[in-house]
Design a protein around this ligand. Structure first.
Ligand code: ADP
Ligand SMILES: Nc1ccn([C@@H]2O[C@H](COP(=O)(O)O)[C@@H](O)[C@H]2O)c(=O)n1
Length: 583
């Protein structure tokens, strides 16, 4: 990127000062529960109305696929490093960028403050007497900073320290971060360390008048950091200013762009235009590509061959199992019966899936005083992850089999505009959130079905990003479609296990029409549907409206309303399992 402005005499300076902009750029972490009916504009407004937190992944639109058809990460997150003096306006610039980017998928403002080193008792005494040098590069744990940033950039989760300015100390807890496609790092020495610099896609230095920085710092430190004016001044003269001159200001020579600490609207506009262009170049149609790789529709090989090639673990097709599936497939089955038999089936499926867990030998003494050799299972690192909401009916079975199991969830929904899956919410159990435990974890992924496999791809990628071993992922589904994305999923993730009870032949194309709030499934394959089926389809359609509007926050599009959106349905299938179970 060309230099557009600089303080260095060797580099031409362009004055980016322009209109004053004193707005606070704010955003909100994605709501913990999805709101079903909400428009893009109202969400965007509320995102910008609320004070953002640093070190929190902020999302407005969900995260589209960040990997290719091989399951490999497509591109790293885009990382912006912002350096500058204390109170120069680094956080302000970061928030302005966030605000100007608008509907980008997910972003985190990562603060260098989190990486202040732990202090000994003596250092703490100095700190409280304003005699500790927090502005020297040695005060910051640069290797840890670089390692956390590198993990986040590569799409991995990270656990960052939490720092208290009031206590001058790192707190015992850590903050879990995952899933940002844009990372904005800010700190006085954000451009100091070469390793950190190598991680940035864009380097910014905020240059501000020293008097203004001091005035802002006094105001902030007294108000927010529990300091006295005398203390702030003494620390400033002894450490802050000398370090600014010796260590901070010299790093401006590494910056791609110098932004003024006041009236910087034009600079922010330039930066966001650049970032948006970079993000556009990285985006790619994922689901379309899988469909091209393995054409959906009807299976080309006999089912037996496919089951063997796909290494599916299918329940024995006993009359009893066939009876359960017949009830579940039957359109006329009552809700109560559907729930009863889905619960029974989920237990059978989970029992089958248990075959992949590491049971160890155990000897016990029996009530008649004899020893018996058996097996036992340590469940500490075994957990479940439900794909909301269709995977929910499988939870019952999992809890019956492992009563104290921790179950997290992923909310993945289809963006009706692009047809791509969007990751809207990640709530994972502790044994996955912590990197050192994730590698030992066994994870049951629960989803009602695998059709296009777009959701399954996303779920598996999330787990791999956390360091879960592929061979310890056990995907459990009521039904899978042979002619869907299953073979692409198997090719991408050959070591994970797939357990199901039914392998259906067809993945049929239907049209989903959006007009106002109304969605119609064009019955392209069956023009003369019975009235009962028509009625059931109405229920499905109604729910799809709620889900699609709630999830994708989509703008209603005239063309989409006219032509309809392509969706895929497993046949014969069990219908919308989540709806039949919950609604
Ligand atoms: N361009 C700006 N225009 C107006 N006020 C600003 C600007 N930049 C920063 N400020 C204000 O200055 C103070 C310090 O800014 P901040 O971004 O927190 O500094 P830093 O992160 O560099 O320590 C805040 O109160 C902020 O609102
Ligand atoms: N315990 C601490 C730690 C750091 N500081 C000061 O914070 C400044 C950096 O934060 P900014 O938000 O201003 O970039 C730095 O200049 C340190 O002097 C502190 O006072 N106490």
């Amino acid at each position: 990127m060309p230099q557009t402005s600089s303080v260095s005499p060797n580099i031409p300076t362009i004055n980016l000062n322009h209109d004053a902009n004193t707005d606070n750029a704010d955003a909100l972490e994605v709501p913990t529960r999805p709101r079903l009916v909400r428009t893009t504009s109202s969400l965007a407004k509320s995102l910008l109305d609320i004070e953002p937190l640093k070190n929190t992944v902020l999302k407005s639109h969900g995260r589209p696929p960040w990997y290719d058809e091989d399951g490999k990460q497509l591109s790293d997150a885009f990382v912006i490093g912002i350096a500058g003096g204390s109170a120069s306006g680094k956080t302000f610039v970061a928030r302005q960028i966030l605000k100007s980017l608008g509907s980008i998928p997910s972003v985190v403002i990562l603060s260098q403050d989190s990486f202040y080193k732990e202090h000994s008792e003596e250092e703490l005494e100095l700190a409280f007497a304003n005699e500790y040098d927090f502005d020297h590069p040695d005060a910051i744990d640069m290797p840890m900073f670089a390692s956390c940033l590198s993990d986040l950039k590569r799409g991995r989760q990270t656990n960052i320290p939490v720092y208290s300015f009031q206590e001058h100390q790192r707190l015992p807890e850590k903050k879990y971060l995952y899933g940002a496609s844009v990372i904005i790092t800010e700190g006085i020495l954000a451009l100091h360390d070469p390793k950190l610099r190598s991680l940035y896609d864009l380097k910014i230095f905020v240059k501000c008048d020293s008097d203004l920085m001091l005035a802002r710092r006094i105001a902030r430190d007294v108000k927010e950091r529990g300091r006295s004016v005398e203390g702030v001044l003494s620390q400033y003269l002894r450490f802050v200013k000398p370090s600014y001159d010796d260590f901070v200001l010299p790093t401006s020579r590494y910056a791609d762009i110098i932004v003024p600490g006041l009236e910087n609207t034009v600079a922010i506009d330039l930066i966001t235009t650049h970032v948006r262009r970079q993000l556009d170049e990285r985006s790619r149609a994922f689901r379309e590509n899988i469909a091209r790789l393995v054409p959906f529709g009807r299976p080309s090989t006999p089912p037996g061959d496919s089951i063997a090639a796909l290494q599916l673990r299918v329940l024995d097709q006993t009359p009893q199992l066939q009876g359960i599936y017949t009830i579940l497939r039957d359109l006329t089955t009552s809700k109560a019966d559907f729930i009863f038999f889905a619960d029974r089936l989920s237990t059978l499926l989970i029992e089958k899936a248990m075959e992949f867990l590491p049971f160890c030998p155990k000897t016990v003494e029996t009530p008649v005083g004899v020893t018996a050799v058996g097996k036992s299972l340590d469940t500490t690192n075994i957990c479940g992850v439900t794909i909301l909401r269709s995977g929910g009916p499988l939870e019952q079975g999992l809890r019956r089999v492992i009563s104290d199991i921790r179950i997290g969830s992923l909310l993945v929904q289809t963006d009706l505009k692009t047809g791509e899956p969007l990751l809207l919410q990640v709530m994972l159990p502790e044994c996955i959130r912590q990197r050192d435990r994730a590698k030992d974890a066994y994870v049951f992924v629960l989803d009602a079905q695998i059709g296009t496999a777009a959701t399954a791809f996303m779920a598996i990628r999330v787990l791999l990003d956390h360091g879960v071993q592929q061979s310890r992922i056990i995907f459990v589904a009521f039904v899978v479609a042979l002619a869907g994305g299953l073979s692409a999923l198997r090719r991408a993730f050959p070591e994970m296990h797939i357990v199901t009870g039914a392998v259906d032949g067809v993945l049929a194309e239907r049209r989903l029409r959006i007009g106002g709030r109304k969605v119609e499934l064009a019955k392209s394959r069956s023009p003369s549907l019975s009235p009962t089926i028509e009625k059931k389809l109405d229920v499905v359609e109604r729910d799809m409206v709620a889900l699609s509007i709630g999830s994708a926050e989509m703008d209603e599009d005239e063309n989409v309303a006219a032509e309809g959106r392509k969706i895929w349905v497993i046949e014969p299938g069990l219908g919308q399992i989540g709806d039949r179970y919950y609604l």
